[in-house]
Design a protein around this ligand. Structure first.
Ligand code: C2E
Ligand code: MG
Ligand code: MG
Length: 691
């Protein structure tokens, strides 16, 4: 028998020539011959390997494989084992592992069975494989798992692949998308939107295009997307396909639209706001300057709207405003702009009108549209308005004057009795009616004795004798003439000016009533009632002021009565009760004014416990005209009686009204039937008389 050693020359040259690391292994696994490549791949020397069991080259976790190989060879001694598809490694001398392919071949030499084992380093392939896997993972991350909707399209714009985000954005599955172009789910107006840029991308003129495109979601919704499209090119620069990345900006767009609408519209009425109107006004003016013609501005202010808010609360006030806006909108022309100018004011811009006549017709339409009462919940509310109208043309130099002139005209409309319109007359004396200057003039008025208190007699209805007077403020302005308190009191209430006016009213009235008491020998001295506005009544210094005035006068405290309206009383009930207590503590009386126009509940009325209830003239006037109003009046009077309060009816103008009130046992009253408010001297003559 020839041993391998004896054949060494031919074996060596043969095995050394093999590119693989090779060993000749006996049946026990001992290596009898190893080539230099095996020594190289394992890090051992030739001598360290020869005589060793192959086990030393097998990593522990792969040792079971050796058993498998052995069993396979036992079953089929002539078979070869080639393992190049498993992650096999060889254990190197330094303990590290090298990735290899592995083969075992049987060899019979002179009847002795040997095994030729060989390994081939495959780390390069494995690295390439790893790189491929990683590239795939990267792609998955970059494309498939990308949060941004992405698609690849071919040069004909057919979808090659789409990621999950794109499918979700469109509400479609991949199979509903791949192989199709985007036409069927593109918003019709946007089909072909990117065609021009498509060509330029193909011809390498641009590297990327961005555009906004609207799609149709499967459920029919419109989707707005921001699209960026770039070509994928090969090494030669040839475009292979397009990479399209999208951003769903539907919500963003909606939000922006909403915000810009909000920025330009009044949230309550949905009408244009001041900013939008200003802008339209500018444009209208430029058009008039270029093409001629007239524009008109109509400033509409709701009459006595504050009363609605005070009486029924802001919720009802808001509903009424919205309802008014709706009515006004109903009579506007589509080319014009109706805006809410703030609070209860509306400003209307009319373009292309022929002149003042047409503007007046528009104003008339607005006023008529408010004729019918407004139904808010269970309430039926009358709401009228006053309108200031101004017409302008290209000769108007300063546009801001137009708004101011409308305001001037509006105040003239109010002054003339409300519920009407007034057209601004160029050259109209601003000082006369400008409400801004009015506040300043009112300040002066206190000092320059333009303010006076007038006194309206209060009569015992059964005997018609004068029992007291209501002090009512009058302003005689040297330019404006008589300005009614309904105009200047609300203006004064906007600042501390009202406190000065209130102090004036108190002082004058207390002095006046003191005089009457002295001058006339009547059975009972007349009392005086003084109206207080909210600011005054809730001013903590009020009772001290009243006490100082009373101390300085001859008027007994029980001859002074303070009038507050229901809405003032209900504003801060706890404060009100405290103030009433302080005032009654001084011995003076409290009357609840304009009763019936407010919203007071019975429990509040009992709590406030006023000495006198003044029934508002709106209940007195229509009483004899309608059964319903009559019942209301009857109820109010008996209500007051049951609570032990004295009832005083306001606004008695006819004998009929007087008769009815007498029949109801209403004890006191005032009104033009007896006398309007008159100056001090005239009032003095009425003390102790009967009407
Ligand atoms: P008020 O306190 O309800 O005063 C009654 C109003 O009815 C007065 O209007 C009076 O002139 C008017 N009047 C009296 N009899 C009749 C009548 O038979 N028919 C009609 N149609 N009206 C009649 P005036 O003087 O214009 O005052 C309006 C309101 O201004 C007052 O309503 C009061 O709330 C307020 N006011 C007047 N003077 C003062 C004041 O010194 N201080 C405060 N805070 N408010 C005042
Ligand atoms: Mg009053
Ligand atoms: Mg009143």
């Amino acid at each position: 028998m020839t041993s391998p050693e004896q054949l060494s020359i031919s074996w060596q040259s043969l095995l050394e020539a093999l590119p693989d690391g090779t060993a000749l292994i006996d049946r026990r696994g001992v290596m009898h011959y190893v080539n230099a490549e095996l020594a190289f791949l394992t890090g051992y020397t030739h001598d360290e390997l020869v005589g060793q069991n192959v086990q030393i080259l097998i990593p522990p976790d792969l040792r079971p494989l050796e058993g498998e190989a052995r069993r396979q060879l036992a079953r089929n001694p002539d078979s070869r084992i080639i393992w190049n598809d498993r992650n096999l490694t060889v254990l190197q001398k330094d303990g590290t592992e090298r990735s290899v392919d592995f083969a075992l071949s049987p060899l019979i030499l002179d009847g002795t069975r040997w095994t030729v084992g060989s390994i081939r380093d495959n780390s390069a392939q494995r690295a390439a494989e790893q790189a491929r896997i990683e590239a795939e993972q990267h792609f998955r991350l970059a494309f498939e798992d990308n949060m941004a909707p992405m698609v690849f399209t071919d040069l004909e714009d057919c979808i090659i692949t789409a990621n999950d985000a794109f499918c979700a954005m469109m509400g479609r599955t991949r199979s509903e998308l791949i192989g199709f172009d985007s036409k069927p789910f593109t918003f019709p107006d946007d089909v072909g939107i990117a065609e021009a840029s498509h060509e330029r991308l193909l011809h390498d003129e641009i590297r990327q295009v961005r555009y906004i495109k609207r799609y149709l979601h499967k459920d029919g919704r419109m989707i707005v997307a921001e699209v960026s499209k770039s070509p994928a090119r090969d090494k030669t620069g040839k475009t292979l396909y397009f990479i399209i990345s999208e951003r769903d900006i539907t919500e963003e767009r909606m939000l922006t639209a909403q915000l810009s609408h909000q920025a330009l519209h009044d949230p309550l009425t949905g009408l244009a706001n001041r900013a939008l109107l200003d802008d339209r006004l500018q444009h209208a003016h430029s058009r008039i300057v270029r093409h001629g013609g007239h524009g008109a501005l109509l400033l509409l202010d709701l009459d006595d709207f504050k009363g609605v808010n005070d009486t029924y609360g802001h919720l009802v006030g808001d509903q009424l405003l919205a309802a008014v806006a709706h009515r006004l909108e109903g009579v506007t022309r589509s080319t014009d702009t109706l805006s809410r100018f703030g609070g209860d004011e509306f400003l209307y811009l009319a373009e292309g009108i022929s002149g003042a006549d047409e503007a007046e017709m528009i104003a008339e339409r607005f006023l008529r549209s408010l004729d019918e009462p407004f139904v808010i919940g269970d309430l039926s509310l009358e709401q009228r308005a006053s309108l200031g109208v101004v017409v302008w043309d290209a000769t108007t130099a300063e546009l801001s004057n137009v708004v101011r002139d409308a305001d001037v005209a509006l105040y003239e409309a109010k002054r003339l009795g409300k519920g009407r319109q007034f057209v601004y007359v160029p050259g109209m004396h601003h000082q006369v009616i400008n409400r801004f200057s009015m506040v300043q003039d009112l300040r002066q008025a206190v000092a320059s004795e333009e303010l006076a208190m007038h006194y309206q007699p209060i009569v015992r209805l059964s005997t018609r004798e004068v029992v007291g007077f209501e002090a009512l403020m009058r302003w005689h302005d040297h330019q404006r003439g008589w300005v009614p308190p309904g105009v200047f009191i609300p203006l004064a209430e906007q600042s501390d000016l009202i406190l000065d006016l209130g102090a004036f009213a108190l002082h004058e009235s207390i002095v006046a009533a003191g005089e009457w008491g002295r001058s006339k020998a009547s059975l009972s001295e007349p009392y005086v009632t003084v109206n207080l506005s909210a600011r005054q009544f809730h001013d903590p210094g009020l009772s001290a002021l009243v006490k100082r005035e009373l101390d300085a006068s001859t008027l007994p405290a029980d001859r002074l009565i303070i009038e507050i309206t229901e809405s003032v009383a209900l504003m801060e009930v706890a404060d009100t009760l405290e103030m009433i207590e302080q005032l009654t503590g001084l011995g003076i009386g409290v009357a609840l004014d304009d009763f019936g126009t407010g919203f007071s509940s019975l429990s509040y009325l009992a709590l406030l416990n006023p000495m006198i209830i003044k029934i508002d003239q709106s209940f007195v006037r229509p009483a004899i005209e309608s059964i319903h109003s009559d019942r209301l009046l009857e109820t109010i009077v008996s209500l007051g009686h049951n609570l032990g309060m004295t009832m005083c009816a306001e606004g008695i103008e006819t004998e009929g009204q007087l008769e009815r009130l007498r029949a109801l046992h209403c004890s006191l009253g005032q009104g033009f039937l007896f006398s309007p408010a008159v100056p001090f001297a005239e009032a003095a003559m009425m003390v102790g008389t009967t009407f």
